[in-house]
Design a protein around this ligand. Structure first.
Ligand SMILES: *Cc1c(COP(=O)(O)O)cnc(C)c1O
Length: 369
């Protein structure tokens, strides 16, 4: 009999661990009868802010909204330029456009695959207002260099933390370096809801106030509008469930790092690019991506061995149809990376046996050739 597939991600295992607590939480919610922006949302906001080392958290409807509202709340206007990496999930760029700004794509560093500060610097024009690094795959971007660059040029720094819940650089949490840190609670993220959700963390009381207004039609009071905003509220059910998971996140991230360490060891002698970290970079391995010259062949081989993989991302965002005409020179490192990256199964509930099967299948590919 053939061994069962090693799934790229299986969220049901996480849910099984939590089933009883989720049930109790759901029951008490039904008794309370409060469903949008209530005590659970407020508690989650305070807990996320504490987790990130910021003064405030503001719950919103998605990670994309967290970015859009943070940019709007910081005063980004029509025609302002925002510099972001070409290798990221498409919503990073979509959010810039939805905020009315112009996305300007910079290249990524070949070692870390995060925004390359020197490429970002080359893209700065008199219309640049903001740097928007992404902590891609759970690895903190080069925040020291980017903070300095932002300061030198009087730019805002906004962090896309959709993949980096819990990642730190020199002991400081991602999301706490810039004016705002934008999180997604999409179910597959390291901290995922049972639907959509997101949050902006910030240490600015003014920005937090502005975001609370913006996410709720632009209201300042129950019956008084200050401006026009979307409905981007977080609900009590998601917040209550997320609070249960936030308590487990440090342990789940620790398990991710342990699995990553095993992969790094097992692949050290293979012709693969590995996500190794420098001292002080605390990666949370939302995605474990390797780079390989024969990526497509390796992927087919693993598929044949029952190992599911994924590609993050097959098309750099600056080459996506809506962004092809954006200003800026090409991004060769991001383009090359999109042809070479391959994501292997890694999540807290992946078993040792499954991981050994992945390792054996990868090693067999290189033995055969
Ligand atoms: C998931 C993700 C987003 C968008 O989050 P949603 O909650 O799906 O809107 C933005 N940026 C990055 C890097 C992401 O991975």
């Amino acid at each position: 009999m053939k061994a069962p597939k090693v799934p790229f991600l299986d969220l049901t295992r996480q849910d099984r661990e939590l089933r009883e607590e989720l049930g109790r939480s759901f029951s008490s919610l039904l008794e309370r009868g409060r469903y949008i922006l209530g005590p659970e949302v407020e508690a989650l906001e305070a807990e996320m802010a504490a987790f990130c080392g910021t003064a405030h958290g503001v719950g919103v409807a998605s990670g994309t909204d967290a970015l859009v509202l943070a940019l709007r709340g910081l005063g980004i206007e029509e025609g302002d330029e925002v510099i972001l990496p070409a290798l990221t999930a498409p919503p990073t760029a979509v959010a810039v456009s939805l905020a009315g700004a112009v996305p300007v794509f910079a290249d990524v560093d070949p070692r870390t695959l995060t925004l390359d500060p020197s490429s970002a610097e080359e893209r700065i024009t008199p219309r640049t207002r903001c740097l928007l690094p992404v902590h891609l795959f759970g690895r903190p971007a080069d925040l020291h260099a980017l903070s300095k660059l932002a300061e030198q040029h009087g730019l805002l720094l906004v962090e896309d933390c959709a993949q980096s819940h819990g990642a730190t650089l020199d002991g400081k949490s991602t999301g706490s370096f810039g004016a705002a840190g934008c999180f997604s609670f999409y179910p597959t993220k390291n901290l995922g809801a049972y639907g959509d959700g997101g949050m902006v963390v910030t240490s600015s009381g003014d920005l937090a106030r502005e975001l609370r207004c913006l996410r709720d039609y632009g209201r300042v009071e129950r019956d008084l509008l200050a401006k026009v905003g979307p409905n981007s509220r977080l609900d009590e059910l998601q917040a209550a469930f997320l609070r249960l998971k936030l308590r487990r996140l440090p342990e789940w991230n620790r398990r991710r790092r342990e699995l990553a360490r095993r992969y790094l060891e097992a692949f050290a002698d293979l012709p693969l690019g590995l996500p190794e970290c420098r001292e002080g970079e605390e990666h949370v391995y939302h995605i474990f991506a390797v780079t390989c010259d024969r990526r497509d062949e390796l992927r087919r081989h693993l598929q044949g061995e029952g190992v599911e993989t994924a590609i993050h991302y097959p098309l750099p965002v600056h080459l996506q149809p809506p962004f092809r005409d954006c200003p800026g020179p090409p991004c060769p490192v991001a383009e090359e990376a999109s042809r070479r990256v391959l994501s292997l199964p890694l999540y807290p509930h992946l078993t040792r046996e499954e991981q050994e099967r992945v390792i054996e299948a990868v090693r067999a590919f290189f033995r055969a050739s």
